[in-house]
Design a binder for this molecule. Structure first.
Ligand code: 4AZ
Length: 316
């Protein structure tokens, strides 16, 4: 009887694993791309609006999601949750028009403030992508559930300037101070001066009722997302194209993921961030579901074995 129970439990577990396999969906969004000349010098490069250059070790968990050729696509964050340590980004960074591209088209770069192809920093680490899981209810039209997890082929190595960040343990509250970082546009216009340096800026959480007001996003910010922004000396501070997928941090923890916004640093239209606190369950389940020891072929083999065992117990 005990063995039958055990087989059933294994079976249920494997079925749930297979459910995740269906979500193993991968793709690529070409957001605002930097422009390079023939010699790989960046002619135009996007940055955060109203920020300043990040200092070494200031934002220790940010990484650049890149094409396998090394062009920056989006920001992303190296996180640690229990014994699981992977990468979080926005779903819209890896899905385009509902199309998913294979993980071999991506790579992830960490421990470098610069994303220059020609002049890498001394500590730069680059990893291939083993797998990408997009939230199964991600909606590309309204950007609901704009979250995806990236599993690396080989883990990053922690250094003095590069480390995974913990997930927030509390929900956001109005005016909570936070930090955004990224290699996205400096201004809404494409005439921004070239920069390849990571930028940071201070912002604070904007009350949902203001952000969803009729002269703002008019109800389009979901309960699982929040707005953050700031006005500094009359100039707005905001994330912008190319910052997507990157993190918004507070108290040394990850509180959100850069999702969308109308333009950049526009009055009444702050940046919108996926609320990490609301996805802690999804993050935990997803991370565990794809641990290295549960490879798809292992799941398949185990399913066949348990089916055979079940048959043996029930029918012999
Ligand atoms: C984008 O398209 C994007 N101002 C990211 C952030 C914001 C706007 C657009 C917020 O990647």
């Amino acid at each position: 009887m005990n063995s039958v129970l055990m087989v059933s439990i294994i079976y249920a577990f494997l079925l749930s694993q297979q459910f995740y396999l269906v979500n193993c969906s991968i793709s690529l969004t070409y957001l605002e791309q930097p422009v390079y000349d023939d010699e790989e010098n960046i002619k135009f490069f996007p940055r955060i609006v109203g920020g300043k250059k990040a200092r070494e070790g200031e934002v220790r968990s940010i990484v650049s999601l890149q094409t396998y050729k090394g062009d920056h696509v989006c920001g992303a964050t190296w996180f640690q949750d229990g014994n699981q340590s992977h990468i979080l980004t926005a779903a819209h960074c890896v899905v385009e028009n509902g199309e998913y591209r294979p993980s071999y088209l991506f790579r992830v770069m960490g421990d470098d403030l610069s994303i220059s192809k020609k002049f890498p920093g001394p500590n730069r680490q680059i990893r291939k992508v083993r797998r990408i899981i997009v939230h199964r209810f991600y909606n590309g039209k309204n950007l609901l559930n704009d979250i995806a997890m990236i599993f690396l082929a080989k883990p990053f190595i922690q250094t003095n300037t590069f480390a995974p960040i913990k997930l927030t343990s509390e929900n956001v509250y109005d005016y909570k101070p936070c930090v955004i970082a990224g290699w996205g546009r400096l201004q809404d216009s494409s005439n921004a001066p070239p920069s390849i340096h990571l930028m940071v800026a201070n912002v604070s959480v904007i009350p949902q009722r203001i952000c969803n007001g009729s002269n703002s996003y008019n109800g389009n910010v979901s309960k699982n997302a929040f707005c953050a922004g700031s006005t500094k000396g009359g100039e707005s501070v905001d994330s912008c194209q190319g910052d997507s997928g990157g993190g918004i941090f507070s108290n040394n923890s990850l509180i959100g993921i850069v999702s969308f916004g109308q333009g950049c640093a526009l009055k009444n239209f702050p940046g919108v961030y996926t609320n990490v606190y609301k996805y802690k369950g999804w993050i935990r389940e997803t991370a565990i579901s794809s641990s290295v020891f549960i490879q798809p072929n292992m799941v398949m083999l185990a399913t066949i074995c348990s089916a055979m065992l079940a048959k043996l117990f029930f029918f012999v």
